[in-house]
Design a protein around this ligand. Structure first.
Ligand code: NAP
Length: 397
């Protein structure tokens, strides 16, 4: 069963999705090639390869090759071969900052090496977040990892290889997570929009058994943000909250967590006219149409405003005395504050029971899932700022 938003009703509905409903790894089209990426054979070359990737060629017609980490040792290449992991993979890559057109499909990107605390994941589904678009546009270039970049934070997939210090996960485990511990501080060059990605074990959790890979891929960054923001406000049972941007990837989870996990006394949320019923289906007691009403002019005030839109200046007018505003984006006005999400497998593990009980539902935007060949279209769509729930990429490939 897949919970999804239908484009016509904008409500939570359920339907069977034969192509993606199985959570069994045996349903995954795991296609391994027997080839192994060439390893750097002399130490001089290794020293030169200080960056784990080769720089983008000056001529954009020359195919971009993203190289695996230079810590690569022949022993690990042998282990990868034994595990049936190919040396190269299909991935989306950009070698310069810019619009959607900088994204290029590359069929021969090196499969990343696994560090001792990491696992290698065969990616079954990936999700986009606004940070993927902002990062590609160069908005975080001061703290970004070097180009070229395989973008993507969110994954759901199957562990195919484990590093020497990995304690709990094993090959065959179905996992999900946000692969970048700090969203803006050196996010990985080998992201989730690829056949394989290497991730620290501590950033992952086992995929809830009742949801499929498509649904799971949409959760990690958004639910972690929703949860961390609520925690940082000290949100607790009996408090009221207004969620600005309630229909988006984060907002749709803030509503659900506030209501069904934290025990909010009252949840209000904003969206455009066509999504008001959707907000109510998530647990909102009051759905405010931002095209018709200014939320800050309403007589009702809230203990917390969770701002996922960038309206902190208005949000501070909607809190009770002693209330607080948590903002994800835009300028901050006291007593508002902003934070940047930290990815933690522990948070996903803590929330898994709520997902497995059906109290918290993954929301996949009805325009998706987008096939791997349409990653550029998926980016264009999330950049309209009109997505409902999560924009997911599946199958890969
Ligand atoms: N600081 C952090 O750690 C962090 C983490 C995650 C996200 N973020 C940021 O938080 C923001 C939201 O992320 P997201 O993933 O939820 O984005 P998203 O899914 O792309 O948000 C799209 C949603 O925003 C709604 N929206 C747009 N303008 C609105 C308005 N004026 N009032 C109410 N709703 C409005 C749209 O609803 P309508 O179609 O009804 O307008 C749409 O459903 C982004 O800027 C993102 O970069 C920050």
């Amino acid at each position: 069963m897949e919970t999804i938003l239908t484009s016509t009703t904008c409500q939570l509905t359920a339907f069977h999705s034969p192509s993606s409903s199985s959570s069994s790894s045996s349903s995954l089209p795991l296609k391994f090639s027997s080839s192994i990426a060439p390893t750097l054979r002399d130490t001089r070359k290794k020293a030169v390869a200080a960056s784990p990737v080769r720089r983008r060629p000056a001529n954009p017609a020359v195919p971009l090759r993203v190289r695996a980490n230079s810590q690569a040792a022949p022993a690990s290449a042998e282990a990868a071969k034994a595990a049936g992991v190919p040396g190269e993979m299909k991935a989306w890559v950009y070698g310069e900052y810019g619009g959607v057109d900088v994204l290029k499909f590359d069929p021969k990107v090196s499969v990343p090496e696994v560090k001792e605390d990491q696992v290698l994941i065969k990616v079954a589904a990936a999700a986009l977040n606004p940070v993927d678009a902002k990062r590609r546009q160069g908005k975080f270039k001061a703290t970004d990892s070097p180009l070229p970049t395989v973008p993507g934070y969110d994954i759901a997939g199957v562990v195919v290889k484990v590093g020497s210090q990995v304690k709990e996960l094993k090959e065959g485990d179905e996992v999900y997570g946000d692969i970048n511990e700090k969203a803006l501080e050196g996010p990985k060059q080998f992201g989730s929009l690829a056949e394989y990605t290497a991730v620290e074990e501590k950033l992952l959790a086992l995929k809830p058994k009742n949801i499929n890979f498509v649904q799971a891929a949409g959760l990690p960054l958004a639910i972690s943000t929703a949860y961390e923001g609520l925690e940082r406000t000290g949100f607790s049972a009996g408090k009221s909250i207004l969620v600005l941007g309630g229909s988006g990837g984060v907002g749709s989870l803030v509503i659900q967590l506030a209501k069904h996990v934290f025990g909010a006394s009252r949840v209000a949320a904003t969206s455009s006219t066509g999504k008001l019923e959707f907000l109510k289906s998530l647990g909102a007691d009051l759905a405010i149409d931002y095209t018709k009403e200014n939320f800050e002019d309403l007589p009702e005030k809230f203990d917390v405003v969770y701002d996922a839109v960038g309206q902190c200046d208005r949000a501070v007018k909607a809190i009770k005395e002693g209330g607080i505003v948590v903002a994800l984006t835009g300028a901050v006005v006291p007593p508002g504050f902003r934070f940047v999400v930290t990815s933690k497998g522990e948070v996903l593990k803590k929330l898994n029971p709520y997902i497995e009980s059906g109290k918290v539902k993954p929301i996949v935007d009805p325009k998706g899932p987008f096939p791997f060949s349409q990653v550029a279209e998926a980016f264009s769509y999330i950049e309209t700022n009109r997505a409902s729930g999560k924009v997911v990429i599946h199958p890969i490939p």
